[in-house]
Design a protein around this ligand. Structure first.
Ligand SMILES: Nc1ncnc2c1ncn2[C@@H]1O[C@H](COP(=O)(O)OP(=O)(O)OP(=O)(O)O)[C@@H](O)[C@H]1O
Ligand SMILES: [Mg+2]
Length: 250
């Protein structure tokens, strides 16, 4: 964490691929211990920002400080202080869920990798499928294992790139619960999402990336106040299909 309590501090970040400008001057800060949601349409540059912040990609210009370390000059320190759950599951198909976790714990040079794996499996409710090969998992199980893998070693800052895309509403609620628990325990969470409701439910601050820049950044209440006050009308509230679905499956 840097001196001003920022887990992430980004200034003037620019990135182009060949002649296509994706980021044209991105600025934002994420306070340690909070959940920050980055919203944006397909192709807005959310994954590009995550790749820069996790040192997988170099910016063309601007600075990004993560946990007090510059992502370009102190990339190793950044990598040791974060974890990333990418947009596409990065689990090893041939291994079981438990073996995947043990492998990550070993890669992170942790003592007692088996014990760490078993604790996480229990905490994330994966014990029942822990001995199955990942190739037999459903998409939701895979996603849950993927997130569990990023918790190995208790990193203070985790990046989740669209953690609930493709999940059914029930699995989505489970992921939300995990994210909230992490945050309650002091972990900083940076997530991207396409689901506005997800940002509403989880995020302390929400930023909107559009045409290469952050065009709005604030708490939900602050973003709502950008709009003129709603006209009060009385209409009977219909349940959403999501609410019906969840009610039926209990
Ligand atoms: N390696 C690359 N080479 C060329 N263009 C790229 C590359 N990676 C991304 N882009 C382009 O950069 C833009 C931003 O992509 P990015 O993946 O960051 O968007 P995103 O906001 O994560 O989108 P999505 O919501 O679809 O995941 C897109 O126009 C994409 O085509
Ligand atoms: Mg993306």
């Amino acid at each position: 964490m840097s001196q001003n309590g920022s887990a992430i501090s980004v200034q003037g970040l620019k990135k182009s691929y060949k002649n296509v400008s994706v980021l044209t001057g991105v600025n934002f800060q994420v306070k340690a211990g909070t959940i920050f949601a980055l919203l944006g349409s397909n192709g807005a540059g959310k994954t590009t920002i995550i790749k820069i912040l996790t040192t997988l990609l170099k910016p063309d210009s601007g600075t990004a400080i993560v946990n007090g370390f510059d992502v370009v000059s102190k990339a190793d320190n950044v990598r040791q202080s974060i974890s990333l759950t990418g947009q596409f599951a990065a689990v090893d198909e041939i291994l079981t869920g438990r073996e995947n976790l043990i492998m990550i714990a070993k890669l992170r040079h942790l003592n007692q990798p088996r014990q760490i794996a078993d604790e996480l499996l229990k905490r994330l409710g994966l014990t029942a499928i822990a001995e199955r090969r990942v190739s037999t998992y459903s998409g939701g199980m895979r996603r849950r294992l993927d997130i569990t893998m990023s918790l190995v070693g208790k990193p203070p800052l985790i990046f989740l790139d669209e953690p609930t895309t493709g999940l059914d509403p029930e699995a989505r609620l489970e992921v939300w619960k995990i994210v909230k628990e992490l945050s309650d325990n002091g972990t900083t969470v940076f997530l991207t999402t396409q689901y506005l409701e997800e940002a509403e439910q989880l995020a302390d601050r929400i930023a909107i990336l559009h045409k290469g820049k952050i065009i709005a950044n604030g708490t939900l209440a602050e973003l709502k106040s950008l709009f003129p006050p709603a006209k009060v009308e009385y209409v009977e509230k219909q349940p959403t299909l999501e609410e019906i679905f969840l009610a039926i499956i209990g």
